[in-house]
Design a protein around this ligand. Structure first.
Ligand SMILES: Cc1ncc(COP(=O)(O)O)c(C=O)c1O
Length: 400
């Protein structure tokens, strides 16, 4: 009989995405016919705008169905160059840009090209679940940066310095943040930039939510500060801003030699991202931008409602997120209390109680490095948000 084949060490260390775990549990319940309100989604609930869909159809009909150059078609790189200039003021040449199969792939290419075994990579907590896995896969050591309580989730330079060691080589920043919705102010970013220059750190800056910021919040890129362009790889993509998660187009911009290495890596793994999707992304970046604002306004409306409601629920507290489409909720007051017949130790328990007894899915914070918090996405309709919150509240009120 054939023995079970052993797996390579590197994949044995990988953890499946915890955000996917709750999502698949929720989907299994939905498949059984249960009416689950799913706050787990990490994607806009809107359809991709019409002009973008149409551009993809035209691309197919015009025969753009073959391989392209590995790093993406020149016209798309020019559109990305323009977009980055408009958003950040930073000027990149097209050979300093690489188009990949979603921003996650851009991040993977960047991490694999920058991290050597045993290199320390500073990662502010809470973090998006994928970062530690990619760093570990590259052989790097994740150095978690826990911001001081008073800093309200913002990683200040003294926080970063607190967790820095001799082996620290780089810093992974994500602003606006998934899961917390925190946006690092230009003033703090400038100080972080000074630290990066002083300590000779590279920075991977994941700015995928940069266009989804609210109120008077200003998003700035760390690449825009003195000395940073040459030590930053900026990551972005079309998934979140244009409701294009399924199209799989992300991009990276950075120093030429790093982009060249990332392109080589991509040439030996995936080759070019889907040709049709590249044409769709081109239409997204070059076409009318009103849809981005329409979606942002709707997210904003939901954000205000969900924050207000959550803060009215006994034992839950939430700071108003400044960006992205998530709320990051503190549930510590519920520890050691009983909900749905279960004694609650952390947000995992509470999430399970809500899923099993109230048909509501939220994502526990353990996968993001903060087990007393959970994440709710407001990329779902106002009506569903209302229903979900009512159910969550009534399970807590019933206290069985
Ligand atoms: C912070 C962050 N970066 C990157 C991504 C990945 O985006 P893409 O779908 O373009 O791979 C996500 C998606 O959830 C995200 O939240």
């Amino acid at each position: 009989m054939l023995k079970t084949l052993p797996l390579a060490e590197r994949v044995r260390q990988l953890h499946p995405s915890p955000t996917m775990a709750i999502d698949s549990k929720a989907k299994a319940l939905i498949a059984q016919g249960k009416d689950v309100v799913n706050f787990g989604a990490g994607e806009p609930d809107f359809n991709t705008p019409e002009n973008i869909r149409q551009a993809a159809i035209t691309a197919i009909n015009e025969g753009h169905t073959r391989y392209t150059v590995v790093g993406g078609i020149e016209a798309l790189k020019v559109a990305i160059q323009d977009r980055i200039r408009q958003d950040t003021g930073v000027e990149y040449q097209t050979d300093e840009i690489l188009v990949s199969v979603g921003a996650k792939h851009s991040l993977y290419n960047a991490v694999m090209s920058l991290v050597n075994p045993q290199d320390g990579v500073l990662l502010p907590v809470p973090y998006w679940v994928t970062y530690p896995e990619q760093i570990t896969l590259a052989g790097g050591i994740v150095q978690y940066v826990v911001p001081h309580l008073e800093h309200e989730g913002v990683p200040y330079p003294d926080d970063i310095e607190n967790f820095m060691t001799e082996s620290s080589r780089g810093l992974l920043l994500n602003s606006p943040s998934n899961p917390s919705g925190v946006v690092i102010s230009p003033h703090v970013l400038e100080q972080i930039a000074r630290l990066a220059v002083a300590k000779d750190l590279w920075v991977i800056s994941d700015e995928i939510y940069n266009r989804l910021v609210y109120d008077d919040t200003i998003h700035q890129s760390i690449a825009a500060f003195p000395g940073m362009r040459e030590r930053t790889v900026l990551i972005n993509g079309v998934s979140k801003s244009y409701a294009m998660t399924g199209w799989r187009i992300g991009y990276a911009a950075g120093p030429k030699h790093i982009i060249k290495a990332m392109t080589s890596l991509q040439s030996q793994s995936t080759s070019n991202p889907s040709t049709i999707s590249q044409y769709a992304a081109l239409a997204a970046l070059k076409g009318p931008q009103e849809q981005v604002d329409v979606m942002r306004s709707e997210f904003d409306r939901r954000r205000r409602y969900i924050v207000e409601r959550l803060n009215q629920i006994d034992g839950l507290s939430v700071a108003t997120p400044r960006g992205a489409f998530y709320v990051w909720v503190n549930m510590a007051a519920w520890k050691n209390r009983t909900v749905g017949g279960r004694v609650i130790q952390n947000a995992d328990d509470l999430a399970l109680a809500w899923l099993e007894k109230a048909n509501v899915a939220v994502v526990p914070g353990s996968g993001f490095g903060m087990p007393d918090y959970f994440r709710m996405s407001y990329a779902t309709s106002m009506e569903r948000i209302e229903t979900g919150l009512d159910r969550m509240q009534s399970l807590l009120d019933s206290r069985q």
